[in-house]
Design a protein around this ligand. Structure first.
Ligand code: NCD
Ligand code: ZN
Length: 336
């Protein structure tokens, strides 16, 4: 039995670090979890919609942890003109994030009509920016649409973008369904997907009535989870880590209408090692966290390594005001 595991420092291509005091609390925990580079999400208040804001946000995060490699993405909205996209490319901004309106935390300023942004997508292909997509349609009871089928129903939108902008790199983020996995597998090489650790673990029964496991998109059926597990077990380079670690204060989770988001950042690699071992694909962990994503995003290999060892790791009940994923449980792997 493997007793220790040395990996390059991990890349997390989907992470929420918030603002102000919460940012200062959670940023130091990122490298503690074995992640050295992260793509930070722009759904702040107000959202990150300009080059200047993105650079200031990156500087704010790096003032808390100067050793963290921070990649940024802009919130897709009417302010993103062709000129902004070109300047974003020159300034080293990594991508643009598409939130369909109203599907998740702070998406009220999101996109109502994806087709209205074709000029932006064309500019992104030229500038080499990556489009990150939260792939869900809005619930609509009259059309039998709810959180359980919202992701497959969004796939035609991605398919059209891929057809019209074949040079554009697109990441379908935090995939949760067998349909999305199959779509990414059969699409061209410029389409990839991120997968979270919690979606490899959870199904609908685990979040219904358990607010700490509630996130968007919600965890789905056992067969969907099986498809996600098969995707990471296959070692396909199209799937990589985007944790979607999303801290919310305890009182915003432990209440009648809880916020969506699961906080995994402080123990990212221990959670993943524990999960990959249960699934039976621990040997695929290194590529999932430190190779597939950086190749797709075309960023440099990380220089530093981290070591995990087989030693029980008790997940704290809380980090300050935030309750982490699997709080109070014990994982099989610890960071050295
Ligand atoms: C995220 C958040 O809290 O910002 N929540 C979530 O459930 N994943 C937003 C998101 O990525 O959807
Ligand atoms: Zn997210």
């Amino acid at each position: 039995m493997l007793e220790s595991l040395t990996l390059p420092l991990a890349d997390d291509f989907h992470l929420h670090v918030r603002q102000g005091a919460m940012l200062r609390d959670v940023v130091p925990l990122i490298r503690q979890g074995g992640v050295g580079r992260c793509l930070v999400m722009p759904n702040t208040v107000p959202p990150i919609t300009s080059v200047e804001q993105a650079l200031a946000y990156r500087d704010e995060i790096q003032s808390v942890d100067p050793d963290l490699d921070v990649l940024t993405t802009l919130y897709l909205c009417p302010e993103l003109t062709r000129d902004v996209i070109m300047r974003a490319g020159d300034a080293g901004i990594t991508g643009v994030k598409l939130y369909p309106r109203g599907v998740t935390t702070h998406s009220d300023l999101g996109v109502a009509d994806v087709g209205a942004y074709d000029e932006v997508f064309a500019a992104m292909s030229e500038a080499g920016l990556v489009l990150e997509i939260h792939g869900e349609v809005q619930s609509d009871a009259d059309r039998d649409i709810c959180v359980m089928n919202a992701e497959p129903l969004f796939l035609p939108v991605v398919e059209r973008l891929h057809r019209h902008f074949p040079a554009l790199r697109i990441v379908l983020e935090h995939v949760t369904t067998a349909e999305a996995v199959a779509f990414v597998e059969r699409a061209g090489e410029r389409i990839a997907a991120t997968i979270t650790v919690h979606h490899l673990d959870l199904i609908v029964d685990d979040w219904a009535g358990q607010n700490h496991n509630f996130c968007k998109p919600v965890a789905k059926y056992p067969h969907d989870r099986a498809a996600l597990r098969a995707a990471v077990s296959s070692g396909s380079p199209k799937f990589f880590l985007g944790s979607d670690s999303a801290p919310h204060p305890r009182d915003a989770k432990e209440c009648a209408v809880g916020c969506a988001g699961v906080f995994t950042s402080p123990l990212m690699l221990p959670y993943l090692a524990d999960c990959f071992e249960r699934i039976g694909c621990l040997e695929k962990l290194a590529a999932f966290v430190s190779e597939n994503g950086r190749r797709f995003y075309d960023v440099l290999e990380s220089r530093d390594c981290v070591t995990l060892e087989r030693r029980p790791c008790d997940v704290p009940k809380a980090y300050g005001s935030v309750v982490p994923y699997r709080a109070g449980e014990t994982l099989a792997w610890s960071m050295v």
